[in-house]
Design a protein around this ligand. Sequence first.
Ligand code: NDP
Length: 256
Amino acid sequence: GPRWSLKGMTALVTGGTRGIGHAVVEELASFGASVHTCSRNEAELSKCLKEWEAKGFVVSGSVCDASSRAHRERLVEEVASVFGGKLNILINNVGTNIRKPTIEFTPEEYSTLMTTNFESTFHLCQLAHPLLKASGIGSVVFISSVAGVVSIGSGSIYAATKAAINQLTKNLACEWAKDNIRTNCVAPWYTRTSLVENLIADNKFVEEIACKTPLERVAEAEEVSSLVAFLCLPAASYITGQTISVDGGMTVNAFQ
Ligand code: NDP
């Protein structure tokens, strides 16, 4: 088939109504994939689905809280029914953060972050595996963070969940290669989305970010989704087990 197209492929993108997930839905759809997405807010999901239909994208959606085991099971059942028991692409994008000093985390906060960021991701991989295998050409992309690569002061639990995802990327690459499933991981630095809108509304904070970043700015969601789509293309067929930072050079910068 064509090396730079996703025509005829199917994809599940978790958390596609805003931010990076939203950009990923549009990027995959514009490469010709049929996409299913989810979010917790039904009204926002319906609005997005209408907009995508108007743009000519083939996108369906489910209301789903990815932190709930039962919701995840129902989501993958819906995906199996929409795509006939097969799935080419799984994008594990849902994630959240609570920023505070380590000694201040409550057990509930620990649990929220571990469940939303890691357990949901791990379990969705388990649930999607039979569908990915059945498709014959599978690709999983995790949306991690540079917080899982270096210490960026954004909270230790979030960082640990992202580092766990980075390692899962490597293990699944080795374990599922025999099923022709590649697994890769994208690690963004600050990206203009609703998750960090309050942080980057503060000019002083953005200046500090710019100082640490060779490209001297935060990312736009489309600068992350482009790599995600590339990793799913047939053109990336020999790339697996990698975590790639989309960070304006931040993680290679030891000066300032
Ligand atoms: P946003 O908060 O802007 O968007 C998150 C999307 O996921 C929304 O569509 C939201 O919809 C959905 N979502 C959130 N929680 C759940 C849930 N429990 N179940 C289902 N859907 C959910 O986040 P970003 O786009 O910024 O972040 C996406 C990923 O990128 C995360 O994993 C994050 O850690 C990572 N990242 C972000 C960075 C940034 O600077 N923005 C930097 C590095 C990594 P709804 O709330 O309606 O459910």
